[in-house]
Design a protein around this ligand. Sequence first.
Ligand SMILES: [Zn+2]
Length: 321
Amino acid sequence: MKKLLLLFICCVIYKQSFCWGFYAHQRINYFAVFLLPPEMMVLYKPNIQFLTDHAVDPDKRRYAVASEGPKHYIDIDHYGSYPWRELPVKYEDAIKKYSRDTVAANGIVPWWIQIMEQRLTTAFKEKDANRILKLSAEIGHYIADSHVPLHANSNHDGQQTNQRGIHGFWESRVPELLAEKDFDFMIGKATYIADIPKYIWSRVRESGAAADSVLKSEAALTKQFSSDRKYSFEERNGKILRQYSSAFTIAYNTMLKGMVERRMRLAIASVASFWYTAWVNAGQPDLKSLKQNAFTEDDLKEFELLDKAWKNSQIKGRIHE
Ligand SMILES: [Zn+2]
């Protein structure tokens, strides 16, 4: 009977969260708002709920659009070893060297963030409040992903080293268990980013460099925990889910010396700084006078479609969880 029950539990499909998890993405956009200067706060603060809710739209889009996936990661280990100087930082040079297909297959997050930043700057110049908010919510997502070590490594879910589940463990389980109680989100102010490509590549290189200890620490800790202590079973929404136990999660966080909190704090600062930089580069338009219209039919349809795709269907393209 006990064996049967265990089998049943193990067969329950656990729809994992992905890319920092919905929880962390939403917290990152939320806290980023408080780093902005008052001139921007007039638009961002009243819309903080929108920025929080739509922090996860890019992940939902991965269920609807196959080409969305590569925008969330870069398997930088395919390009040699740290600090990956042989990989050109310009997209055009990278596709010339490795081919467009190879670059797409390995992920394009550092380049995609730069395109999103240009779009956001244009939206500020055009004083289009809805577009500013939509793009701010979404660029926040991609920036946050670029701070996650396993979004910069081909062994993204420990699939090459028998550590499946580690992706969601690092970016969902650890913050969900510890962030509210133990993480400090008093961060300071958004700063102007003078060299955007240099900034984003630095974050991606840090992520790529940290992937090794993310994986090795989990493997080392697993040796100290029997399987029944490593995992626990919890009921959520009427389903019994197997997840990393609190003891294992806390021990892992200690072993990483607070890396998850550090990357989350830096992600918040980066998101706010990209928003701020776009606004400055657009000539610091007066946001007080912006009229915010209701979202268009098309926008609303897109939000609904993303939601439906996420709830109903299989992810398209590579699963990055
Ligand atoms: Zn993502």
